[in-house]
Structures are given as structure tokens and as C-alpha cells.
Design a protein around this ligand. Sequence first.
Ligand SMILES: [Zn+2]
Length: 219
Amino acid sequence: MPTSYEDVGIDLGVTHFAALSNGEFIDHPRYLRQAEKKLAFAQQALSRKKRGSHRRKKAVQHVASCHRKIANQRKDFQQKASRKLVNQYQVIVLEDLQVKNLTKAPAPKQDENGKYVANGAAAKAGLNKSILDAGWSTFTGLVSVKAAWAGRTVIFVDPSKTSQSCPNCGMVRKKTLDERWHSCPCGCELDRDTASAKVILDLGRKQLSVGTRPTSATA
Ligand SMILES: [Zn+2]
């Protein structure tokens, strides 16, 4: 593949499937959302069917076919999205996701009287489900394989603090999950995920310049 002179940092997320450091977004496809709604509907219908009945057997088949369709559509979307990135960019910087760590339930929290208090576990569980559904690790794996064939470089960087640092001045400020906008005293105003993608690109460039060998994914 001809050399590209464009590099990109990518923030994989829940709001957008991916935010790129140049301000572009790759969104979760609408048809996938619709197929997921259909699946939920089919599962509901199944739950109302009598055990051992012919209708139940039919409903089971319908649920299975919805699952298959979603799996195929997701695969197709990820193949195309990863192909586009690899065609366009020479250096692709991704977060080292360690999805497993994210999916661990947070430890129960107790107050000074030993009473259990909310630790955000429920909110986190919702987010974790989306993380798994988005299939990020499959996606980074696809990008890595295609990049290797095309002679592109993929770099994985430490994802901690990428969503909290300012890409312009480097200041670290904690954002809550529902804070969608990056606004820094230095004057930097960006979509939260775009800001994060820019930080990711910077980290990747630093890693390249100190000569750390690019990691290749084994996802
Ligand atoms: Zn700043």
C-alpha cells in the first residue's frame, strides 16, 4: 500500500464507536441498533410461549436467527471500518484496553457504620455491557492484522488518564462520565472523545520517538 503521511489517534467509546484525533467520528451503525431492538422483541415473545409448544420452538429459532444476523452485521461493520482506517493512516494509535479489568465489578463500599453505600456498580455494569457489545477488542485485532499486511504501524498506549488530560496544555482534570465536553482554562474546547483521541495520538508519537517497539495485538 502506498505510504500515507497522516497519523491518527483513536478513542473507542460508547457514545461513538470511535472518535478520531482529527475530529471525525465512526458511529455505531443504525441498522445494528435496530437489529438489537428486534432481538429484544423476539426474546420477549419467546418468554411468553408455553414450554414444549410448537410456537415456542418457532420463537427459539427466531431468536437464534436474530443473534446470527447481529453477529454478521457487526463483523461486516468492523471489517469495513478497520479497512478504511488502514487505507488512510500510516500510524494508528489505539488504547490498550484491558477490557477484562474494566468488566470487573467494583468492590462493595461501606460507610463508617459498616453500612453499604452506592459505589456506582450499577452504572458501571451498564457501561461494561456496552463495552463488551461494541466488541472493541475484536476491532483492535482487525486493525492490527490489516495494518501488518499493509505495512502500517499500530501502537497501543496506556489508556489511563487519556480522557482526563488536555491535548493542548497537558493539564489533568477528572471528568465525570456524563461530561461530554472538554473545556480547559488554556482555551482548548473540544468534544470529550476528540480530546481523548488527540491525547492518544500524542502518547503514540512519544512512544514512537523514544523507540519503543510498536506492540501488535493478539486479540
Ligand atoms: Zn489545556
